[in-house]
Design a protein around this ligand. Structure first.
Ligand SMILES: N[C@@H](CCC(=O)N[C@@H](CS)C(=O)NCC(=O)O)C(=O)O
Length: 231
C-alpha cells in the first residue's frame, strides 16, 4: 500500500495543492492501492515540498519522481501517444507547472482579500495567537520568491494578458477531444486539469478565476478530468 503525503482537501478540491491533486490522479491511473495521509508541514519531506509518497519504507518527493517511481512499477501514463504527442504533452506539463501554477500562487498569496482566507484555511493548525506572525513571514518569503522569479512584478491585469496564450493553447490542443491527447485522460491532463481546477476553485473571484470558470470548454474539461480520475 502506497501512502500519499498530501496537503488537505479544500475549496472543493482533493487538495489545496494542484500538485497533490496531480499525484492522486497518477496513483489512480497507476491502479495501485494507496491511501492519503494529510500533512500541513512539508519540511521533513524531500525538497521540503509536497506531494511525497511512502512505498515500502522509501520516501519519494516531487510529482515527477512519483510518476517515475510508478512507471518503474509498470504504470503507463501515455497510452498509445506517439513521440510527437508525448513532446506536446511534455511542453503542456511544463507550461502548467512552471507558469500557470505561479499565477495561482500569486492569486492566493498576493491578493489582499484572498490571503486572509488562505491564512485561516491552510494554517488552521497553527495556534490562533501565533498564526499571523508565522504566516506573515511565510507569505513574505513566498512573495519574495515570486518577485525573484519575475511574475510577482506583474499586476493582475498584466498577468491575465500573459496567461491568455496558455489558455488558448489548451483550447487548441483539446480541439474537439475530451482530453488533451484524445479519448482518455493521460499524463498532461493530470497537470493541466489540476491547475485549471485550482484556478476555478479560488475562494473569491479573481480576473483569472472568472476567465477560466466562464470558459465552458476549459471549465468542462477540468471537471471531466476530475470526475474521471476521482479516487
Ligand atoms: N515540482 C514539485 C512542486 C510541488 C510544490 O510546489 N508543492 C508546493 C505546494 S503546491 C509546496 O509544497 N510548497 C511548500 C513550500 O514551498 O514551502 C512537484 O511536482 O511535486
Amino acid at each position: 500500500m502506497i501512502t500519499l503525503i498530501t496537503y488537505q482537501a479544500g475549496f472543493g478540491q482533493l487538495s489545496f495543492s494542484p500538485f497533490c491533486v496531480k499525484a492522486m490522479w497518477l496513483l489512480q491511473a497507476a491502479d495501485v492501492e494507496w491511501k492519503r495521509d494529510d500533512c500541513n508541514d512539508p519540511r521533513k519531506y524531500p525538497k521540503a515540498k509536497l506531494p511525497a509518497i511512502k512505498d515500502n519504507g522509501q520516501i519519494i518527493g516531487d510529482s515527477h519522481s512519483i510518476q517515475a517511481h510508478l512507471e518503474s512499477k509498470g504504470a503507463d501514463f501515455w497510452g498509445r501517444a506517439d513521440p510527437a504527442a508525448r513532446a506536446m504533452g511534455h511542453a503542456l506539463i511544463r507550461m502548467a507547472e512552471e507558469h500557470i501554477y505561479f499565477h495561482i500562487l500569486l492569486d492566493r498569496w498576493g491578493n489582499e482579500k484572498i490571503w486572509p482566507i488562505i491564512r485561516e484555511e491552510y494554517f488552521a493548525a497553527i495556534p490562533a495567537l501565533l498564526r499571523r506572525p508565522i504566516t506573515g513571514a511565510i507569505r513574505k518569503s513566498t512573495l519574495k520568491g515570486m518577485h525573484a522569479q519575475g511574475l510577482g512584478r506583474f499586476t493582475p491585469e498584466e498577468r491575465l494578458r500573459r496567461i491568455e496564450p496558455d489558455l488558448q493553447a489548451i483550447h487548441h490542443v483539446l480541439g474537439d477531444d475530451p482530453f488533451l491527447l484524445g479519448d482518455e485522460p493521460r499524463l498532461p491532463d493530470y497537470s493541466v486539469a489540476a491547475m485549471l481546477g485550482a484556478i476555478i476553485a479560488s475562494p473569491l473571484p479573481t480576473g483569472l478565476s472568472e476567465r477560466v470558470a466562464n470558459d465552458p470548454k476549459l471549465a468542462d474539461y477540468a471537471k471531466r478530468v476530475a470526475d474521471r480520475m476521482a479516487p
